[in-house]
Design a protein around this ligand. Structure first.
Ligand code: SF4
Ligand code: F3S
Length: 153
């Protein structure tokens, strides 16, 4: 093998759905025993998703859904949740939420940590039940303005 030459192969990340796996791969360099720190950080970041926190409860503004390129928002009665296997971590939705309810999984504040599992469980349950992802903005909940004010926005 020529010095400095490396080849890359993409392999599915275990435990992810087909669509998700296509977005993620392990970068394997032939002739090298480990990933560089940059590649390792990239791989770790790749397995995170974005999370809708309970700030969304009683709001459900739904601005977020229209910018999602992969349709991974699912609707509950009081809030939305993000499907962790489908989210590609593009960050597009974060700036859209009027109450800043959406965080990257690694940035979820301590008070909202339970929301990570809640999103995963509820999004999988709803999707597996056959309900489509929500992709069109709709009227917020009647309580949204008051809740937004209470949250300080
Ligand atoms: Fe969708 Fe991107 Fe937000 Fe994930 S981060 S929910 S892919 S808009
Ligand atoms: Fe909820 Fe904000 Fe989306 S309130 S529905 S996360 S825009």
């Amino acid at each position: 093998m020529l010095a400095g030459w490396s080849s890359r192969f993409s392999v599915p990340w275990p435990g992810r759905t087909k669509g998700r796996a296509s977005k993620m791969c392990l970068q394997i360099h032939s002739g090298r025993s480990s990933l560089t720190s940059t590649e390792n950080r990239w791989t770790q970041e790749s397995i995170m998703a974005h999370v809708v926190t309970s700030k969304c409860v009683a709001c459900k503004f739904t601005d977020c859904v229209e910018v999602c390129p992969v349709a991974c928002f699912y609707e509950l009665d009081n809030q939305l949740v993000i499907h962790p296997d489908d989210c590609i971590d593009c960050t597009a939705c974060v700036a859209e939420c009027p109450v800043e309810a959406i965080y990257a999984e690694g940035d979820v504040p301590a008070d909202y940590q339970a929301n990570i599992e809640f999103n995963a469980v509820e999004a999988r349950r709803v999707k597996d039940s056959g309900q489509d992802a929500i992709v069109k903005k709709k009227e917020p909940l009647p309580t949204a303005a008051q809740r937004k004010s209470e949250l300080g926005y």
